[in-house]
Each structure stands twice: as structure tokens, then as C-alpha cells.
Ligand binder design. Structure first.
Ligand code: PAF
Length: 282
């Protein structure tokens, strides 16, 4: 596995593979890797001859009061995980390499509508930051496949729409969420939880599972189910920002006659903001 820091090095390496007719799969990350990321690499390995992973803590997608400065940067540890997982090339650029004219002075990509809902409402500018960096990375790496975790379900939908509408020539693959044995979705932010918060955190997945159970047994009282689940979370010490049942394709209002929905939640536990989701198809 090679570690490179410049666009030129990525282009050279990928061009050499392309000259041999090899296909390329890509995993974009912000580092601080856990088993969920390694699932993406494993899926990438299964899809293509070569695997590229990027590690870049993208300032564009952090709001002014978010954790950009304290976001863990663990490049040597990340590389030690990516190598045995079958990654061929790690691209870990500096902010200057990615945004040479400064982060406030670059062409931006935005996906209207869906980017303003849910996460977009609570984190203004977040999806513009994600869509911009992901499209820059796609243009640098030019992969055949890019793998995204369904843990960030709305992000997955935003990227999928961006790729479809801008006719970017690659396929987006969504990989199921990896969970701890107690149900907590793996996330780099879980390490911010203190032991007490960590013991409460699986309540998020339990709340989603309880709603899923009710939908499966025929309830279509969407609003009642959402309100009840939010109350349960509050009772357990969470501060929910949203807990909603939405259409699985566009995150619009759920239809009672649909057969696929997604439940999405964001909640604070102490200072840590957690998100999770559960896809349901009948
Ligand atoms: O999901 C993430 O870690 C980031 O949003 C991504 C896709 C790497 C873009 O910075």
C-alpha cells in the first residue's frame, strides 16, 4: 500500500493501473477508521481490481461550532488498518492541496431539496461541503465505484443524486451499517462518549427498532410513533433533534401505502451528537 499526499501522485498511480486495464473502487473517509470503514474497503476490494481510500478532514463540512479542530487525526493508525484490509493507495491531502485558493474560494456543488432537510436543517452548509469535497475527490481519483456507508443515509442519497444528475461516470454503492454487539452504530464520534453515555447510547437503535416493529405490525400512525419514540429518548437522557419516518428514496413525507421507509434520528447525548437510521421494507 502506498500513502500519497498530492493530486499528481494519485493521478500517476491510477493512470498506471488504467493502462493495465484495471478497475478502481474508492472509499472517501475523514480517517479515525473503525470496522464500519473497513467494511467499505472490503466491499471495494470485492468490486474492483484496485482500491483507493482518501483520508481528509474536510473543513467545508464543519459548522462554526462543530468539532473540526478536535476531530481525531490518526493517520498512522488508519494506514495500519487500511493496508491489511486490502487498500492499494491512501490519499491524505492537506487542506491547501484540496483547496489551493482557500476553502472560501472554490467552485461548490450543491444538491437542492434533499440537502436542506434533517441533517441539512441542523447543519447548514454540511451537504454542500460534502458534495463539493466528494465531487473533487471523484474527479481526482476517477473511480468506477465509490462505496458509502448507509449509516449516513442522507449523505448516501445526496451523493447518489449528485452523481446521477451530473452524469458522473461511476457507480455509488451503499454499504450496510456496522453495529456494536449492543446495537450502537459504529461512528468515529462514539469515542467522545463517557462510560455512562456509552451505556445509554444503544437506546437510539432500540428506539428505532421499536418504531420499526410497530410499522411491521401494521401501525401507520407515523406522527404518533415519532412522538412516542422521541419521548422515550428524552426520558433516557437524549436530546433528540429529529426522529422521523420518511420515504426511503427522497426523504419526503412517508406514504401509508408505501412498502419502504427509513427511520432517521439525530440526538445529543451530553456534548456528543449521534445519528442513526433504520431502513424498513415490508
Ligand atoms: O462520511 C464522511 O466521512 C465524510 O462526509 C466524507 C464522505 C468522507 C466527505 O468528507
Amino acid at each position: 500500500m502506498r500513502l500519497v499526499h498530492t493530486v499528481a501522485e494519485v493521478r500517476r498511480e491510477v493512470a498506471a493501473w488504467r493502462a493495465k486495464g484495471e478497475s478502481v473502487a474508492f472509499v472517501a473517509t475523514m480517517g479515525n477508521l473503525h470496522s464500519g470503514h473497513l467494511d467499505l474497503v472490503a466491499e471495494a476490494r470485492a468490486k474492483a481490481d484496485r482500491v483507493v481510500a482518501s483520508i481528509f478532514v474536510n473543513p467545508l463540512q464543519f459548522g462554526p461550532n462543530e468539532d473540526f479542530d478536535r476531530y481525531p487525526r490518526t493517520l498512522p493508525d488508519d494506514c495500519a488498518k487500511l493496508d491489511p484490509a486490502g487498500c492499494d493507495l491512501v490519499f491524505a491531502p492537506s487542506v491547501d492541496e484540496m483547496y489551493p485558493r482557500g476553502r472560501n474560494n472554490i467552485a461548490q456543488v450543491s444538491v437542492p431539496g434533499i440537502s436542506k432537510l434533517l441533517e441539512g436543517e441542523f447543519r447548514p452548509g454540511f451537504f454542500e461541503g460534502v458534495a463539493t469535497v466528494v465531487s473533487i475527490l471523484f474527479h481526482i481519483v476517477q473511480p468506477d465505484f465509490a462505496l458509502f456507508g448507509r449509516k449516513d443515509y442522507q449523505q448516501f442519497l445526496v451523493v447518489r443524486r449528485m452523481v446521477a444528475e451530473l452524469h458522473m461516470p461511476l457507480q455509488i454503492v451503499g454499504v450496510p451499517t456496522r453495529r456494536e454487539p449492543d446495537g450502537l452504530a459504529m461512528s468515529s464520534r462514539n469515542q467522545y462518549l463517557d462510560p455512562h453515555e456509552r451505556s445509554l447510547a444503544p437506546g437510539l437503535y432500540r428506539a428505532l427498532s421499536a418504531v420499526a416493529q410497530r410499522l411491521r405490525s401494521g401501525s401507520r400512525d407515523f406522527q404518533g410513533l415519532e412522538e412516542e419514540a422521541r419521548r422515550v429518548l428524552e426520558h433516557q437522557g437524549f436530546k433528540p433533534q429529529y426522529l422521523v419516518i420518511r420515504d426511503a428514496d427522497d426523504l419526503g413525507a412517508p406514504r401509508a401505502d408505501a412498502s419502504a421507509w427509513v427511520l432517521l434520528v439525530a440526538a445529543h447525548l451530553g456534548r456528543t451528537r449521534l445519528i442513526d437510521n433504520l431502513e424498513i421494507s415490508l
